[in-house]
Every structure is written in C-alpha cells, then in structure tokens.
Write a protein that binds this ligand. Structure first.
Ligand SMILES: CC(C)(COP(=O)(O)OP(=O)(O)OC[C@H]1O[C@@H](n2cnc3c(N)ncnc32)[C@H](O)[C@@H]1OP(=O)(O)O)[C@@H](O)C(=O)NCCC(=O)NCCS
Length: 179
C-alpha cells in the first residue's frame, strides 16, 4: 500500500471513492451526501485546515480519509476531526483502513496536532486508539444524533483533558444532516 497527501490532482477520484463506498455500505442517499461532502471539503476548505490522506495499490485509489480543523477558541490545543473515512468496497477487510488511519494520525502528530476526534463506530475506531468522550468534556460543533459515536484521542503524551466550548468546524461540515 502506498500513501499520498496530495489531493488537488485526485479530487474527482476521491469524491467518486466516497460516493461509491458509502452507496455500497449505506445506500444511494448516503453515498450522494458523503460524496458531495468530500467534493466540498476539497473545494472549499483552506489548505491550513485540511489534510487528505489516500491509500493506493498498483496505481489505483483504494482508500482515503479527511482531517479538518476543529477550532476551540477558548483553548490553545490544536484539534483535527477525522471524517469521512472510506476503503473501496472490494478492498475492505484487509487492514487498509487501520493502516491508513494510523499513518494519518502519525502525520498529524509530526506536525504537532494535540487531539484527533472522530464520529463513528467505537468498535472499529477503538482499534486505532479512539475512546468515547462526552459532549460536556469535548463539545461538538453541531448537536450529535449519535453521541456514543463521539470519540477522541490525545496525540501527545498529555492526557485528554476537557476542552471548553464552543467548537467550530470548517464550512463544509456546518450542516446538521452530517451530525
Ligand atoms: C470502515 C472502513 C473504513 C474500514 O476499512 P477496512 O480497510 O475494511 O478496515 P480494516 O481491514 O483495517 O479492519 C477490518 C476490521 O474492522 C472491522 N470493521 C469494519 N468496519 C467496522 C464497523 N463499522 N464497526 C465495527 N467493526 C468494523 C471488520 O469487521 C474487520 O474486523 P476483523 O479484522 O476482526 O475481521 C471500511 O470498511 C469502509 O469504508 N466502510 C464503509 C464506509 C464507512 O463505514 N466508513 C466509516 C465511517 S466514516
């Protein structure tokens, strides 16, 4: 598996990966929603607030994930949201997802990011270090439909102590339908 953090030349392929993967796992409506999110994240997010990490096998895009900045104006720590994450349906279950996430978290660590948070299945993301957090300890930028899916980890030696709200996400995520 090769990885890349370049996204501009691959924007359409990345959006297609997310559309197809989520259509297969969650239906056409979810596929369209997440594909549109991927497109908007790339088109509208300032580079300093966006990291895209992709996985490739023999020149084919097989996985991808987005990190976008979450801003807590009342706390100096740097926080990134990891979402969405996709591994192409035909390539799932081979460890690509966990390797891609571990690699992405390492890149954030290397640039001094303090905390990663995501919103998904704790059973899967627990394998790569995420643990449940409450909205009281770590406010989300929108009300959460599935608060049990709000999970985070410290990327430094410091323990994950509560973050004071409010929290702000990038524009493409500012849609209650995504939370
Ligand atoms: C979730 C996803 C990214 C995992 O990628 P992957 O490459 O298949 O994952 P890995 O091969 O590293 O790990 C697979 C393991 O995780 C488990 N797993 C995968 N998705 C899971 C989920 N939603 N909940 C619990 N476990 C899950 C698999 O059962 C497998 O377990 P096993 O090793 O005991 O057999 C991928 O399956 C995917 O894109 N799914 C559809 C879209 C999605 O749900 N994205 C995440 C939400 S943003």
């Amino acid at each position: 598996m090769d990885t890349s953090t370049e996204y501009t030349p691959h924007a359409e392929a990345i959006a297609e990966l997310f559309t197809a993967t989520f259509t297969a796992s969650d239906g056409a409506e979810e596929g369209a929603l997440v594909g549109c999110l991927a497109r908007r994240l790339i088109a509208e997010t300032p580079a300093e607030d966006l990291r895209v990490v992709t996985a490739w096998e023999e020149g084919t895009l097989v996985g991808g994930l987005f990190f976008t900045r979450l801003t807590y104006p009342n706390d100096p720590r740097r926080v990134f949201l990891m979402a969405p994450v996709a591994v192409a349906t035909a390539h799932q279950g081979k460890g690509i997802g966990q390797r891609l996430i571990a690699h992405g978290l390492d890149l954030l660590r290397q640039e001094g990011v303090d905390i990663a948070v995501t919103y998904g299945d704790p059973a899967f993301y627990g394998r790569v270090g995420f643990k449940p957090v409450t909205e009281a300890d770590m406010p989300a930028p929108q009300p959460l439909n599935l608060p049990q899916g709000w999970i985070a980890q410290s990327l430094t030696d410091a323990p994950l102590t509560p973050l004071p709200g409010p929290a702000r996400c990038v524009a493409a995520f500012d849609d209650p339908a995504l939370w």
